[in-house]
Design a protein around this ligand. Structure first.
Ligand code: PEP
Ligand code: MN
Length: 352
């Protein structure tokens, strides 16, 4: 697949290309106030969800087609480009009829090949840029498949949006970044622009800035950030939206390191090492939390912390596995003993 850049007149092609706006269009006033502030801060592409896929029924499911004229007003009065999410062929038709400039496909939709094909069929013969979020589950092939369906419909101005992957364990992130997946997507589809959505990865305002920086360090092309004129009062995703002036500050303080070297460069490889280390830390922290739960169980059932048979079994199984993966017995033993020691320390804290 050979993608064309989503180049828009008046939007500089330099990194990062920023798309910002509220999770949802709520009222005409909220849309206009947010868009006006963002425009004053130099944002050229406005996002707002009109049709909202909510996890459970009964929540705010978006204002629907009623919000489309509000987006039109943003275009006409502020000269911004507007983007909204589509999940069905009806959404596509209504958005196109109302001059929406960019469509995006949400994570719940890109996980569903039937929905993707329906959208692709509705796009046949148009040339609107389409952005495709990763599916909720960490399945790179499913993501590529969704992209391929849109590409095969003749739409070649496509970008991917990395918004993290669902997890049962929502301690730090709302959706785990698993950066190696978008990195691998870039390797597989080098001409595909990739945006990062730090808002849905982080789920909390405080994480938006650091995640934007990480995305820039990993050479992402752009950012899609949720911004609301009154985030605490937002009707959806209130805890992750930032005020337009906060977004402006985040963008102003971003460090953009421009990579002129090839992808095989040392710099690029080191970034991948950083990503691996980050994943290792996340996993270790998760392992410690599980071990603490085991500690709690042992305490309630009057069991000793050290279960020698289980420890021996872990050691021999993992060492065997590590050897088949090209790592030495000594190395694996050192790692496992250290992890076990820390784990016992956590359980001792609980017994106390
Ligand atoms: C959104 O962008 O508001 C949204 C619903 O995102 P996602 O599909 O990533 O959950
Ligand atoms: Mn949202």
């Amino acid at each position: 697949m050979d993608f064309e850049p989503i180049s828009l007149p008046d939007v500089p092609a330099k990194r990062p290309i920023v798309i910002a706006g509220p999770c949802s269009a709520e009222t005409e006033e909220q849309v206009m106030n947010t868009a006006r502030s963002l425009s004053r801060h130099g944002i050229k592409i406005f996002r707002a969800g009109i049709w909202k896929p909510r996890t459970k029924p009964g929540g705010f499911e978006g204002v629907g087609a009623e919000g489309l004229p509000w987006l039109k007003r943003v275009k006409e009065e502020l000269g911004m480009y507007v983007a909204t999410e589509v999940a069905t062929s009806k959404h596509v038709r209504e958005a196109l009829a109302n001059d929406v400039d960019i469509l995006w496909i949400g994570a719940r939709t890109s996980a569903n090949p039937f929905a993707m094909q329906e959208i692709a069929d509705a796009l046949e013969g148009t040339d609107i840029p389409v952005m495709i979020k990763n599916p909720v589950n960490p399945d790179l092939e499913l993501w590529i498949g969704a992209i391929e369906r849109i590409y095969n419909a003749g739409v070649h101005r496509i970008a991917a949006i990395h918004r993290g992957f669902s997890t049962y364990d929502k301690k730090i992130y709302r959706n785990l970044p698993q950066w190696h997946i978008p990195i691998e997507l870039k390797r597989r589809l080098p001409s595909l622009p990739i945006f990062c959505d730090p808002s849905h990865i982080g789920g909390k305002r405080e994480l938006v800035g650091p995640l934007c920086q990480q995305a820039m360090d990993l050479n992402f092309d752009g950012l899609m950030v949720e911004s609301h004129c009154n985030p605490e009062k937002a009707w959806s995703d209130a805890s992750q939206q930032v005020m337009p002036d906060v977004l402006d500050f985040i963008l102003d303080t971003l460090i953009i390191r421009d990579m002129t070297q090839s992808t095989e460069s040392l710099e690029q490889l080191r970034k991948q090492i950083d990503v691996c280390d980050n994943d290792l830390l996340e996993l270790l922290a998760k392992r410690m939390r599980i071990s603490e739960e085991i500690g709690q169980y042992k305490k309630e059932h009057n069991m000793p912390i050290l279960q020698s048979a289980r420890y021996e079994e872990i050691l021999s199984k993992r060492i065997f596995q590590a050897k088949s993966m090209g790592m030495s017995e000594d190395f694996m033993k050192t790692v496992l003993v250290a992890i076990h020691e820390e784990s016992v320390r956590h359980q001792m804290e609980i017994m106390k």
